[in-house]
Design a protein around this ligand. Structure first.
Ligand SMILES: NC(=O)c1ccc[n+]([C@@H]2O[C@H](COP(=O)([O-])OP(=O)(O)OC[C@H]3O[C@@H](n4cnc5c(N)ncnc54)[C@H](OP(=O)(O)O)[C@@H]3O)[C@@H](O)[C@H]2O)c1
Length: 421
C-alpha cells in the first residue's frame, strides 16, 4: 500500500493558476468519479488556499504519477504551466502536511477555522463516492482531531481572522472610516456572511448584499444588517459604491468590465475598491485598467495575512508540538498497518508447515495417547511462535522502512498486500 499527495497551494502557485485547478463543491462528486479512473482510493481537498489530491494504491501502482496526470487532465493548463507548481509528498511528510493544514498552519490566514470544516467535507464527499480506504480515513480523522486539539489547547485560532475579515481590513487600510462608505458584497454564502459581519462590526452602515438566490440575501441582511439586491440591480448599485467584496462560488466572473465601466462613467474621478476573494476569481482582471478602480485579489491580501502570522509565532510552535505528537502516533499505526498482511502471511505459512508436519508424524506414530499428541502439538506451536517473534517485532517497529517486500521474497510468501478496507 502506498499513499501519495499531489497538490498546489498559495505558496507554490499564484491565484491565476490555483483557480484553474480549483474544484468547487458542486463539481466535487463528478471530479471524484473521474479521479477513480486514475487511482483506486482518493480524497480531493480544494479550498481557496490549495487544491490537493490524497491517494492510495497498491505497492505496484505509481500513485504520485496518477495524481499528477489527473491534475493535468482536469485543468486547462499546459504541462509546464502546472508541473512547476506541484508538490508531491508521501509517508511522514504527507501526514505532517495534512495535520498542518487542519491546524491552520498551512493557510494564508494562520489558525483560520474554515479549513477544518473543509477537510471534513472533503472526507465526507470521498466517503460517499466510495473512494476512501482505511489508511486515508484514519489519516484524515486523525488530522481533524489534531486540528480540534490545536484550537482547544492553544491560542492559534483565538480571535481568528478569515479571508473575509482580511479583505475588510485591506479596505480599512485605504478608507480608515467606513461608517459612511457604501459596501457591496457579492455572494451570500459563508464568506459573504463573514464579510457582512466584520464590516458591520467595523462601523459600516451602508451594506448591500447581492445574491443569485434572493432569499439568501434577504435572510442574511435581516439577520446581520444591510439590504439585499439582485444581480440585475448590480450595475445600478455600483454607481455610488466605495467598496465591493466579491465572494460568490461561481465558475464565471460575476463582476465584468462592461458593468464597472458603465458605473464608473457616471461617477468620474471617484475611486472604487474591489476585493475579489473568490476562487476562481469573480472579477474580470481587466477592470483594473479602468480609471479609479483599484482591484485586489486573494494573493494581494498576503501582506495583512503575514502581519497576522507574526503575531502568532509563539502559538505556532505550541501547535507544532501537538502536530509532532499526533504524527508520531499515526506513524506507529501506519507502520503496523503496512506490515500486517506480511505478518499474517508468515504466520499462515508457518502454521501450514507446522500442521502438515505434525499430521504426517502422527500418522507414523498411531500408538500415541491423546495427552502425548497434545504435548507435541503444543511443542510445535511454541517453536514456531518463538522463531517468528523476533522478525515480527522487528517488522512492527522498523521506523519508516517498509521491509514487507524483502520479507515476502525471503519467505516466498504469497502476499498481495491484502489490507482491510
Ligand atoms: N468560506 C470562506 O471562508 C472563504 C474564504 C475565502 C474565499 N472564499 C471563496 O468565496 C467563495 C464563496 O465561498 P463560500 O464559502 O461563501 O461558499 P458557499 O457558502 O457555498 O456560498 C456560495 C455562494 O456563491 C453563490 N454562487 C454559487 N454559484 C454562483 C453563480 N454561478 N453565480 C452567482 N453566485 C453563485 C451562492 O449563491 P446561491 O445561494 O444562489 O447558490 C452562494 O451565495 C468561493 O469562491 C470561496 O473559494 C471563501
Amino acid at each position: 500500500m502506498q499513499l501519495s499527495l499531489a497538490g498546489i497551494n498559495h505558496r507554490t502557485a499564484p491565484v491565476a493558476v490555483r483557480e484553474k485547478v480549483a474544484i468547487s463543491a458542486d463539481r466535487l462528486h463528478d471530479s471524484l468519479a473521474v479521479l477513480h479512473r486514475y487511482v483506486p482510493h482518493g480524497i480531493i481537498l480544494s479550498t481557496c488556499n490549495r487544491s490537493e489530491i490524497y491517494a492510495a494504491g497498491s505497492r505496484n501502482d505509481d500513485v504520485s504519477k496518477a495524481c499528477i496526470e489527473f491534475l493535468k487532465d482536469t485543468t486547462h493548463l499546459a504541462d509546464d504551466g502546472l508541473c512547476q507548481h506541484i508538490y508531491i509528498l508521501s509517508g511522514r511528510d504527507l501526514v505532517k502536511h495534512l495535520f498542518e493544514v487542519t491546524c491552520g498552519l498551512d493557510s494564508m490566514v494562520i489558525g483560520e477555522y474554515e479549513v477544518l470544516g473543509q477537510v471534513r467535507q472533503s472526507l465526507e464527499a470521498a466517503e460517499k463516492a466510495g473512494m476512501v480506504n482505511l489508511p486515508l480515513r484514519h489519516i484524515f480523522q486523525s488530522a481533524i482531531r489534531s486540528g480540534r486539539r490545536a484550537r482547544e489547547e492553544t491560542g492559534i485560532s483565538k480571535n481568528a481572522l478569515s479571508i473575509s475579515s482580511i479583505a475588510v481590513n485591506k479596505a480599512l487600510d485605504i478608507i480608515p472610516d467606513i461608517s459612511n462608505a457604501k459596501i457591496i458584497i457579492i455572494g451570500a454564502g459563508e464568506a459573504g456572511r463573514l464579510a457582512v459581519k466584520v464590516a458591520g462590526s467595523r462601523g459600516a452602515s451602508k451594506i448591500v448584499v447581492v445574491s443569485r438566490t434572493e432569499e439568501r440575501a434577504v435572510s442574511l441582511t435581516a439577520e446581520l444588517g444591510g439590504r439585499p439586491a439582485s444581480p440585475e440591480q448590480l450595475t445600478q448599485e455600483l454607481c455610488d459604491a466605495n467598496i465591493v467584496i466579491t465572494c460568490a462560488a461561481s465558475p464565471h466572473p460575476v463582476l465584468r468590465v462592461k458593468q464597472v465601466s458603465e458605473a464608473m462613467r457616471k461617477r468620474p474621478g471617484w475611486p472604487m475598491i474591489v476585493l475579489d476573494i473568490a476562487m476562481p476569481r469573480n472579477v474580470e482582471p481587466a477592470i483594473q485598467e479602468i480609471d479609479n478602480v483599484h482591484l485586489y485579489n486573494i494573493d494581494d491580501l498576503n501582506d495583512i495575512a503575514n502581519g497576522h502570522r507574526q503575531q502568532r509565532e509563539r502559538e505556532i510552535s505550541t501547535v507544532e508540538k501537538i502536530i509532532g505528537e499526533e504524527v508520531d502516533m499515526l506513524m506507529k499505526w501506519w507502520q503496523f498497518y503496512r506490515v500486517r498482511p506480511v505478518i499474517k502471511s508468515i504466520m499462515a505459512k508457518a502454521e501450514k508447515i507446522r500442521s502438515t508436519q505434525y499430521n504426517r508424524s502422527l500418522r507414523k506414530l498411531p500408538s500415541l495417547s491423546v495427552e502425548e499428541r497434545l504435548s507435541i502439538d503444543l511443542l510445535t506451536r511454541s517453536i514456531v511462535d518463538k522463531l517468528l517473534r523476533d522478525p515480527i517485532m522487528y517488522l512492527r517497529s522498523a521506523k519508516g522502512t517498509d521491509h514487507s517486500e524483502f520479507i515476502s521474497r525471503l519467505y516466498s510468501l504469497d502476499n498481495d498486500g491484502d489490507h482491510e478496507k
